[in-house]
Design a protein around this ligand. Sequence first.
Ligand SMILES: [Fe+2]
Length: 441
Amino acid sequence: MMDPRGVPVSYEDITALEDYEAALLQLHRFSYDPTPAMESVIVSHPDFALAQIFCAVCIASGSAGRYVPEMEAAITRAEEIGNLNEREQGLIAAVRKRCAGDWRGGQLAIDAVLARYPRDTLALHFGHQLDFLLGDALNLRGRIERILPHWDDSNPNYSHVLGMYAFGLEECNMFEHAEAVGKEACERDTGDTWAHHAVGHVIEMMGRHEDGIAWYEGRESNWATGDGLSIHNWWHLCLYLMEEENYPRILEIYDAYIAPGGDAEPEPLADSGALLWRLMVQGVDVGDRWVANGDRWRQLIADGEGGFYGFNDLHAAMSFAALGWGEDLADLEAKAIAQAGQSHTLGEISREVSVPVVQGITAYGQERFEDALDLLNAVRPVLARFGGSNAQRDVVDQTMLSAAIRGGLGERAVSLANERITRKPHGPLARRFAERAHAVN
Ligand SMILES: [Fe+2]
């Protein structure tokens, strides 16, 4: 049968498809984890192969490395059900590439699916997230542009395609277009937390922090629901509040919404540490908040996440450096070096980006500021390869500035501060960095 977007499904049960579509909506909105809903669909419809594939794609769209057995089990069950159509086989091929560490191969496998089925939003979601995880801004935008002529507002989930497009445009610095598309997506589905997030990015990159606070506070009921992207959206609100030095409010938000639980996944854990690190760079006392962050990274690394994916390694390194946990840093570096010996995408990332970044953060933690600055500066042109957004990777720029200032490297501090203030001439944070940089001379 066909789904509501005219994409083929190899299972003939309209009730199952309706339940599948409800979980797919959750996936696109990034509000709630859609996996429990899809698992209950599987209980009622054990021969629904696409539901199995969906669960594998949900995991594959995140950054964690330790769930490869779960992904492989789900796609094996789908293959055992049999009678898969070409589209479903293509999705499985992409998941297999992701499982093997060949994330670029996963992107290409999704390209092939979308070229034939341009309204396959499960494939589009998976591809968009792989593009994000690889810092591939051109594909974040281009992947959506390649399918957009096949879409109009009569197709279900059109708004979610616009939400993805807004983020891709933003990462390509096409801010005005991104804001218009993102706001249209938010109006079409007020519960789409990804689209709200895309607009939040635009406002952040344009240095309009007062607009950002108004955007997030005025629409809290739209983006702060669920266990999906809400933590990350709170993190974005805190970035605007950093501009205003409203540290009490930031710490209040941190404690209420961002502080990691003992079972935190790498993404929210990275948000937590990235915020604490930014506060530390500004000299804010964050008390003992690092400890829960570091404890959880330590567990995740013991479970196989260490050295797996560079963006997470950066955040684990920041946590251990802040806590002065030298043995953990050395262990993380060793794991990143081991990953760098692999020939797949993740090995390349580790070689080119993760290892020098971990070494740079280690040097910063040891107050070897010139070493830290040299290491991070050398890797800066290729930093995007380890994923994340422009806004997230700014933590490395802030670390470089801090290293130059604290290391007494006045000319280099002023040079970096010039770059920041030229881009954000009205940004209070940029001005504060500039004042500190000039005070070094
Ligand atoms: Fe973000």
